[in-house]
Ligand binder design. Structure first.
Ligand code: HEM
Length: 436
């Protein structure tokens, strides 16, 4: 694999990605409050407005929020591209994504067409701005890397997901406008398996060896896997649209095998870690890969056992394993690495700019309080376990599940704020030293 060289001097202002990163766990808390407010009975079938609303608080407000912030950062340092007007576009993208997500969820649950219309406009604006910045970055890249190629596939999946999402939302926003519900499955599959999974893979190939001190992913995997999954998605969607069961099966097999291979390889690499020091990110990724394997297991079982496929809990289980189990776990683990790393990068740039000794930059490991991070991991795992079992016993367990999920995200926010405190203190010291 060609290891990309990071062009750190092209890093965008720190506050741009930070806004996205700190807002995400707040959406987690909001999703939990929403569940408590609606009550367990609102979450027994995937088609209830409560489920669709809470799904988008999680996918748009949490997962997409972090992914957009991270991508704006990554594109600048990975490709060395200058991103023109990034301060303004970053802010408008952030504000319209936040407001659009809130309005979409509020509109869906209250059946308020006006709110959904406004949400469509804001979300379209947010994604158009974001995609223009990233596409411009990728096209004017100084350095080309395999990662940029894989990013294109994730980006195409995002465009398709959003376009289909907006189309589906118009069905709720205008009377006498009915949309084909088959498109819902195509929309969510491109979102979860295309945009989210392909981006997680792209990121994993670069950061799992770097942050978790594992060997690199096998070259054959990094070269072919994303492409195979992308074609699996095309085949699967084509099969659905043409009502051809054979093509659907073929596409599904490629998707299931590809994702299984990715999860298994990641677990295998984690087993070969060079230094086995406590590392909360390793555990979050371990949990994420187990949930991905469990989701594939549930899906495969349903293909052979029809009553499972027809049960209302089946789709909910797949959604929970993919969204809360896989994507949110990966994101929690990544935030504990990305934010200290960015703090370290910005402090490094500051000491160079001011001509101060590098000894004022704290060791990157000291940014995180390990015991607090492990406590948050524990809360996350408990919440996850409760959410999974709550699918079967919602009246009994959905409330405690939501409470633990909220607590986990509050502690995540607290832990990340503590990182910023270390950053601010060191920055003040560096500036004081430069003036002395
Ligand atoms: C990457 C981003 C997105 C992901 C991962 C995603 C995921 C999902 C999922 C999992 C569902 C199924 C929910 C269920 O079965 O209960 C769904 C449905 C839906 N999504 Fe999205 N979504 C995304 C973006 C959007 C956007 C931007 C919009 C609109 C502006 C949107 C509008 C909708 C609507 C209206 C439905 C319900 C469709 C129906 O009732 O048949 N989504 N989405």
């Amino acid at each position: 694999m060609s290891q990309p060289k990071l062009i750190l001097s092209r890093s965008i202002p720190f506050k741009i990605p930070l806004r996205f990163f700190f807002t995400a766990p707040l959406f987690g808390v909001l999703a939990a409050i929403f569940i408590l407010w609606q009550g367990p009975l609102a979450f027994t079938t995937r088609w209830s407005p409560g489920v669709v609303a809470v799904t988008h608080l999680m996918v748009l407000g949490y997962i997409v929020m972090v992914m957009l912030g991270a991508l704006l950062q990554v594109v600048s340092v990975l490709t060395g591209a200058r991103l023109p007007g990034i301060k303004r576009t970053g802010l408008v993208t952030y504000l319209s994504l936040t407001a659009g997500t809130l309005l979409l969820s509020a509109g869906l649950v209250n059946d308020a067409a006006d709110l959904i219309r406004l949400a469509i406009v804001l979300l379209a604006l947010s994604f158009i701005l974001f995609c223009s910045v990233v596409i411009m970055g990728l096209l004017t890249a100084q350095a080309r890397s395999d990662a940029a190629g894989r990013m294109w596939l994730a980006l195409i999946s995002l465009v398709l997901t959003v376009a289909l999402g907006i189309w589906l939302a118009t069905g709720y926003a205008w009377d006498n406008f009915t949309v084909d519900r088959t498109l819902t499955d195509i929309h969510l599959t491109w979102g979860l398996l295309g945009w989210i999974s392909l981006l997680v893979m792209t990121v994993a190939y670069e950061v799992v060896p770097m942050f978790q001190l594992t060997p690199a992913y096998p070259k054959v995997l990094t070269r072919w896997l994303s492409m195979s999954i992308f074609f699996g998605l095309i085949a699967w969607s084509g099969g659905i649209l043409l009502a051809n069961a054979f093509i659907v099966l073929l596409g599904s097999l490629v998707l299931a095998c590809g994702l299984f291979l990715f999860a298994l390889t990641t677990l295998w690499l984690q087993k070969q870690r060079k230094k086995k020091q406590p590392n909360v990110t390793v555990w979050f990724w371990f949990c994420a890969m187990l949930c991905l394997i469990a989701a594939i297991g549930v899906w495969v079982s349903a293909q052979f056992y029809l009553p499972l496929k027809q049960a209302p809990s089946y789709a909910l289980m797949l959604g929970v394993l993919m969204i809360a189990g896989f994507a949110i776990s990966v994101i929690n683990g990544m935030l504990y690495k990305i934010i200290p790393f960015l703090c370290w990068v910005h402090l490094s740039m500051k000491v160079t700019e001011l001509g101060v000794s590098r000894r004022h930059i704290p060791n990157i490991k000291t940014f995180i309080n390990n015991s607090h991070a492990h406590l948050q991991l524990l809360l996350h795992l408990l919440a996850l376990l409760l959410i999974v079992v709550a699918i079967l016993y919602p009246e009994l367990l959905l409330i405690p599940a939501a409470v633990f999920f909220a607590l986990s995200n509050i502690l995540l926010c607290w832990n990340l704020f503590a990182v910023l405190q270390v950053y601010k203190k060191s920055e003040t010291e560096i500036i004081a030293n430069a003036m002395a």
